[in-house]
Design a protein around this ligand. Structure first.
Ligand SMILES: Cc1ncc(COP(=O)(O)O)c(C=O)c1O
Length: 380
């Protein structure tokens, strides 16, 4: 059998390969303590669960429009001071990312992306024909600045002076995997720079309920920014699969065609529950957990850039790796898994320059987090 060239871009990320290893261990009956999870420890709030049950009882189990029920699109539009025609809903932020890039990208179009990055970003962009231009943020404490963007932009012209395609910037703040939250003023400058240089901004705001500036959206700076978000993390609804995009109407029109043909509507039961979720407060921020993990990393003298939002932190274990003669982040994660049964995520999953890092997810209950860190400490 022969497969499409575009499918070659979809490699199985080390992130998923490593979590398979963890699942296998659990399958053998080993208790694994996880700092690897990509979701909050909370369960879905009761009112949302009830709304799902009611939707089933009322037989709201039929097809909805492909971009979600009009009621849900309207409710989201109100939240973002937009119109329903600016909103499309699908089965999580992931298919929305796919729909957005499928709709926008032509062969060779450029997408600027801060590295380290959430692995599907790269694969979705490349399989849709886009070219990613990575901006390494490690030297600047995992923060892209308007200067680092400008320099990547100018380099891209030097390398390809005849480039006539479109340019995009994908922003992810609070960030997966680093926990970086971009400063508002810096973001404003970045959006202005993009407007001046005809770069379309796409903002993945999936973690925007987990930071001091709860609910902050880049759409506040410009209605041209394409905003992607979901209820997965904000309302502990990862399995319900509701994500959405707020975008100019013409783009939403193309996305709708994509959804009609590739995916169909988001689950009608989840759609009904999402309406209630929008009236339910988002989960509390994880300030306490951040304090616990920062204090632990300091105590262990592991270099890190502090996590100010989201649910992750991305410390650098280079010294520890040297002392144990471990060569890669996968070897390091395996070491912790085998020695003390603590699961983490290898840094290589988030870009090739990060093979001495691990992504630690701190979205555990306070005491549980302390307990897992104590276990990890034993491996030192
Ligand atoms: C940055 C980012 N965007 C999108 C997603 C996908 O979320 P969803 O569960 O809504 O598909 C995730 C999930 O981990 C994420 O970290």
């Amino acid at each position: 059998m022969r497969f499409s060239k575009r499918s070659d871009f979809l490699v199985s990320s080390p992130l998923y390969a490593f979590s398979k290893k963890v699942k296998e261990m659990e399958g053998r009956g080993v208790e694994v303590f996880s700092l690897g999870l990509g979701e909050p420890f909370y369960d879905t709030p009761e009112a949302i669960k009830k709304a799902g049950i009611e939707a089933i009882e009322k037989n709201q189990t039929h097809y909805n429009p492909a971009a979600g029920s009009m009621k849900l699109r309207q409710a989201l539009a109100e939240k973002y001071q937009a119109e329903a025609a600016n909103v499309a809903v699908s089965s999580g932020a992931k298919p929305i990312l796919g729909a957005v890039f499928w709709s926008l990208l032509n062969e060779g179009d450029q997408v600027f992306l801060a590295a380290p990055f959430y692995p599907p970003f790269l694969q979705i962009i490349q399989s849709c024909g886009g070219q990613t231009i990575l901006i390494d943020t490690k030297p600047s404490g995992f923060k892209m600045t308007v200067e680092s963007l400008r320099s990547a932009f100018e380099n891209s012209y030097q390398e390809n002076p005849d480039f006539a395609g479109q340019k995009y910037l994908l922003v992810n703040s609070p960030n997966n995997p680093t926990g970086t939250v971009y400063d508002k003023n810096e973001l404003k400058k970045i959006v202005e720079f993009c407007r001046e240089n005809k770069i379309t901004v796409i903002s993945d705001e999936c973690y925007n309920q987990f930071s001091a500036e709860k609910g902050f959206t880049l759409r506040g700076f410009s209605q041209d920014v394409i905003v992607i978000n979901s209820l997965s993390k904000s309302h502990a609804m990862t399995g319900w699969r509701i994500g959405f995009v707020i975008a100019p109407k013409e783009l939403v029109g193309v996305i709708e065609k994509f959804l009609e043909n590739y995916l169909g509507c988001p689950c009608s039961i989840s759609d009904a529950a999402a309406l209630v979720a929008l009236q339910t407060p988002a989960l509390p921020d994880l300030t306490k957990q951040r304090q616990v993990i920062h204090a632990w990393l300091e105590k262990m003298q592991i270099p890190f850039a502090s996590s100010e939002g989201g649910i992750f932190i991305f410390p650098d274990f280079a010294d520890f790796m040297r002392s144990k003669k471990l060569k890669t982040s996968t070897e390091l994660a395996t070491y912790f898994l085998e020695k003390v049964q603590v699961a983490t995520t290898p840094g290589i999953s988030f870009g090739e320059n990060y093979d001495t890092h691990l992504r630690l997810s701190y979205c555990l209950q306070g005491e549980k987090l302390r307990e897992v860190l104590q276990k990890l400490e034993k491996a030192f």
